[in-house]
Design a protein around this ligand. Structure first.
Ligand SMILES: NC(=O)C1=CN([C@@H]2O[C@H](COP(=O)(O)OP(=O)(O)OC[C@H]3O[C@@H](n4cnc5c(N)ncnc54)[C@H](O)[C@@H]3O)[C@@H](O)[C@H]2O)[C@@H](O)CC1
Ligand SMILES: [K+]
Length: 514
């Protein structure tokens, strides 16, 4: 499991640890890991550290201190190091002294430089931008977990020069300008090729849009003692393998769970077919389809139990999926919401579901909106959801008392207790899943942004619900397999949703093999 902790938690853990260590020990650990990561990159890209050109962008806090110490380490190994001090009077004094002792140079950006010209066109500004353009490696120590808002104006030309230069850009702890706790990017931020983060991942390193700015992420342990429950967690192969249902010798199809699919319409029969395609690969013992696309479903998947009447008349199931392609018929949604089994609500179902009926449910509910659907439910613009995905998922989960899977480039799964310390209103478990950490899916691929791909996901997740997984596990495991299947199926080329469904067994095998 990859985990991420909030800034508040990181600060508390750092305080505890610092109280037990000699002054500056923690920063030296961080800087040593940072310097090693940079030396690795220089060794691979440039051939060696000796003679390479390194530029440090140094802000006013300890993040700049990390950069200065790491820069000193590289200078001792023969790199030519220039530190651009964005607030010279507040640069980390001991770090700066260490860099100077190691032979590093400095360029000081003063208020006068910053005020004189939006493009930093003063002598010092020009020298700084020129150094960045010539650099082999740029280290971003402008701001870390102490940052608020986007980059300050004087840092913007430097960030742009770094992005356009051929230099490898390494962010210290976080790319400057992104929000560590939320993954939001409300102004300009620096784009890194690698982020070397200390102690633990921060939520912003795993959630878009900030995640995109981080490039690849390397974690340097500094010995923090962190609490059991993280803010965010990302499943890895081994976690998914543990959660996948495995039929025992005694299992028959009913014990493995029957998933009911209430999807499709005369106008959109394909949504029914694709949801069933996903459900057949999700571990339930049988798939029951109830709706107007029964003939299309049975023609494509003869193993399905079909009925053209509503869910209320279908036989017993262990979980329902409702919504894909149902158009404007609220009947099936109301029928499944009163069922005492887990229900997944997707697509049209999200619009048609009565919020109080969802809140009144005792069995788990899993809602699977994309950003546009989430925005409609929250009464905000789509852009707002995309900019603040974590907040949106938590808000929806809280409002509906449901588990929410917010689809997108970094799919999130938030349980109803996410953000309020967990638990149901009545304090009883409701099968939405243990723990309050929001799950973030690491396997997504942009090839999955294809029509019908969401229908496959809802069938797959519904099948896992029927097989007995909690809503949080079913949602996050389905997203994981779906993303992996998308990658396998696409392999660098466009694919259709049915290709993704067909690739799910391969993804499942891949996970089980480790
Ligand atoms: N606290 C610790 O024990 C450790 C901290 N470490 C480093 O220290 C960092 C945190 O240090 P600080 O608490 O000093 O905070 P930062 O260095 O992240 O930044 C705080 C400073 O930046 C200014 N600032 C805030 N937003 C800004 C913006 N958008 N643009 C420019 N300046 C801005 C603030 O006025 C403040 O002076 C971590 O991210 C990590 O890099 C590491 O050395 C590991 C140990
Ligand atoms: K930084």
């Amino acid at each position: 499991m990859r985990t991420a902790y909030s800034v508040e938690t990181v600060r508390a853990a750092e305080r505890d640890l610092m109280a037990r260590l000699p002054e500056g020990a923690l920063m030296r650990r961080a800087a040593a890991g940072l310097a090693a990561a940079c030396a690795d990159l220089l060794g691979r890209g440039y051939g060696r550290v000796y003679g390479s050109r390194v530029v440090l962008l140094v802000g006013s806090g300890d993040n700049g201190g990390d950069a200065l110490y790491a820069g000193a380490g590289l200078a001792r190994r023969g790199a030519g190091v220039t530190a651009v001090l964005l607030t010279p009077e507040r640069a980390h004094a001991a770090g700066l002294a260490a860099l100077r002792r190691a032979g590093g140079r400095t360029v000081e950006i003063t208020d006068a430089d910053a005020d004189a010209d939006a493009d930093l066109g003063t002598d010092a500004g020009t020298a700084a931008v020129a150094a960045v353009r010539r650099a082999d490696l740029v280290m971003d120590g402008i701001v870390g977990i102490g940052g608020t808002g986007g980059l300050r104006p004087e840092a913007v030309p430097l960030a742009e020069a770094a992005e356009r230069s051929g230099a490898t850009v390494v962010a210290v702890d976080l790319p400057s300008g992104v929000d560590a706790d939320t993954g939001e990017v409300r102004g300009t931020a620096l784009r890194a090729d690698l982020t070397v983060t200390f102690g633990t991942h921060k939520p912003g390193l795993l959630v878009d849009p900030a995640r995109e700015y981080a490039g690849s992420v390397r974690l340097v342990g500094i010995g923090l003692d962190l609490p059991a429950e993280p803010e965010l967690e990302a499943l890895q192969h081994a976690d998914v393998a543990r959660l996948l249902p495995v039929p025992g010798a005694e299992s028959d199809k009913y014990r493995r769970g029957v998933v009911g699919i209430a999807a499709g319409s005369a106008r959109y029969p394909g949504a029914a077919v694709l949801a069933v395609a996903g459900a057949l690969r999700g571990g339930a013992g049988a798939v029951r389809y109830a709706g107007p696309a029964a003939r299309d479903v049975i023609a494509r998947f003869p193993e399905t139990l079909v009925s053209d009447r509503g869910p209320k008349h279908a036989g017993r199931v262990q979980a329902w999926v409702v919504g894909p392609g149902i158009g404007d018929d609220a009947g099936p949604v109301a029928e499944v919401l009163v069922a005492d089994v887990p229900v997944l609500i997707d697509a049209d179902g999200l619009r048609l579901a009565d919020a109080s009926a969802v809140r009144a449910r005792r069995a788990p509910t899993l809602m699977t909106p994309h950003a546009g659907e989430a925005a409609a439910l929250l009464g905000v613009e789509r852009e707002e959801v995309e900019a603040g995905r974590l907040a949106a998922a938590r808000e929806l989960a809280g409002r509906y008392g449901a588990t929410v899977l917010l689809k997108g480039s970094t799919t999130l799964v938030a349980g109803p207790g996410a953000g309020d310390g967990g638990g149901n209103e009545d304090g009883k478990g409701n099968g939405n899943g243990n723990g309050t950490a929001v799950r973030v899916n690491p396997t997504g691929t942009s090839w999955l942004a294809t029509a019908g791909s969401g229908d496959v996901l809802s069938g797959l997740a519904g099948s896992l619900l029927a097989a007995g997984l909690s809503a949080r596990d079913a949602g996050s495991v389905a997203a994981y397999l779906h993303g992996l299947a998308g990658r396998h199926a696409a392999d660098g080329a466009p694919v259709g949703a049915h290709d993704v469904a067909e690739a799910v067994p391969g993804a499942w095998r891949d996970v089980m093999r480790g």
